[in-house]
Design a protein around this ligand. Structure first.
Ligand SMILES: [Zn+2]
Length: 94
């Protein structure tokens, strides 16, 4: 599924993974004191990861920020994982 996704076709899957990992680590690492990550640091890591995804994941053709658009409606996430073209300008990524 991910191999044919818009994210991987446009070469931006790594950005999504980095953002997701930061979000998960920032959210769950503070639950384990042995990791030495405070709730404050965890929150900063999570917010930075999400912000990175929103700013960095964009259409190479029209510069539309896909993740930002998806925050406005959950249905907008679907094209990022299933479509092969930009949901906004229709640019085809191969
Ligand atoms: Zn576009």
């Amino acid at each position: 599924m991910l191999k044919s996704s818009l994210l991987s076709r446009s070469g931006q899957l790594w950005k999504f993974i980095v953002a997701l990992l930061a979000l998960l680590i920032g959210s769950f690492a503070p639950l384990y004191p042995a990791l030495g990550i405070s709730w404050t640091a965890g929150t900063v890591i999570a917010v930075m990861g999400y912000a990175f995804g929103i700013v960095a994941i964009r259409c190479a053709n029209c510069s539309k920020r896909w993740l930002w658009e998806a925050t406005k409606g959950a249905a907008s996430y679907t094209p990022l994982f299933k479509a092969s073209s930009c949901p906004d300008c229709g640019h085809e990524f191969s």
